[in-house]
Design a protein around this ligand. Sequence first.
Ligand SMILES: [Zn+2]
Length: 531
Amino acid sequence: MSGAARPGRSRTSFFVRPDNGCHRQSSKRTTRRAAAACLTQAVIILRGGRVVDPGTGFDGVADVLIEGARVTAVGPGLPTGAATVVDVSGMVVGPGFVDLHSHVNSIAGQRLQALDGVTTALELEAGLMPVDRAYAQAAAAGRPLNYGFSASWAAARAQVLLGHEPDTSLAAGLAVLADPGWQRSSSAPELARWLDLIGGELADGALGVGVLMGYAPRTDPAEFRALARLAAQAGAPTFTHVRELVEADPTTPVDGSEELAIAAAETGAAMHHCHVNSTSRRHIDRVLGLLDRARSQGSRITVEAYPYGAGSTAVGAYFLDPDRLGAWGLSPASIVLLTTGERIADGDRLRQVRRADPAAECVVEFLDEQDPGDAALLRRALAFPDAIVASDAMPLIWSGQPRDTMRWPLPPGGSTHPRTAGTFARALRQMVRQSGAWTWLEAFRRCAYLPARVLDEIAPAARRKGHLGVGSDADVVVVDPHQITDTATYLAPVRPSVGVRHLLVGGTFVVRDGELRVDALPGTPVRGSAH
Ligand SMILES: [Zn+2]
């Protein structure tokens, strides 16, 4: 049980232990003060669960001791002392899920994700700008889960190419994606200016760079390579929604997934391929083969997938042009507006809604989950070695508008893509409970450990996440292995998953006994420290 404390050791210094999250002592005086403060911090023992730690490979029955915001001991028969003891026998205890791809950025959306096992929800594909203000707003409003943002390539380009002042909102960011003035290539001075803006965002604590290349897929590939060089120099990962594949658009300046592989090889940048399922669709085997070769040759490429056959985006997206849908075997009827539930009747209606409200969220049916062949494609994306589970969770909408709410249970009539509420529980149901494709250890590796490792270089504090070693952040999920399942559907998408028994964020219960704690907003920022 390497990495887990021996039970005997935990007896000797129950409250004060270096780096236990209660204190940072630098002298005897501060140690005493910290020890006193520690006594007021929650001390919790999760007793007798099946502890699964992808950091050490440990999988066995043990107790987990949490003091303040950290895990301070893991082992059998830990002494109770003053701890609150929570019996978790029969349950699986692991590190909370780290979602690299969540657009919810709201209390309501994060609560749904909490009941899906997520303890850290990061907006890394689109990013938000200015990132400093995005962090300040999240801190002021409070968050149930840990949060963080990347630098927004889209917003930096919008500022330079269109003169749009960034305002940290995803909605404004989505609206710009349909603007031909934004979709064009940059001149050399423009490129230099937006690269400079992104460098500034990284200096302000962004967790890398989010690149929505798929929404400006005719731009000069030299722009992407320049961005990759900047990221490599800064030690910052990129998170890319790749541009069109060559099968869908033989005239594309470069195949989207190949572009990422080439840039990673040329620059040494750490490059994350977002939702490989939705950008590859029926070409998944070709794309996974390409990424596998690139990884085996040493490129720092990571890959994520989610277990749904439909995507979700703004209806004005480049790739939803009525004249482009046929290349993917889609039609306007493959698109359903989330705001109204309207299934688009024909090309004329699609043109109309794209003109009227290009930022309107919609669901796009890429693959048929009921078709065994299509379901197998989705399974292969998830099963790819080291593929990370990430939700692409979308903002919640009521009465046609994305908004947040403190109400819980959530008000009726809410809309989103079901992946917002159900991605992780669905992955566990399909890959662990139903098919046995993943062990619990493998599931926690893909849902918690591997995503946290993507951030190790840019955010050294992330090294305490994604595992349950002594000194790790007390971001912990307790799952009922016989119950865990998604319940959200395309028709009823705002329905929490079932089977997350407890969820702690920084040592505070956000879910206890299966119930969401409405008073719990313990989320803290995960920030970058680019060099
Ligand atoms: Zn995307």
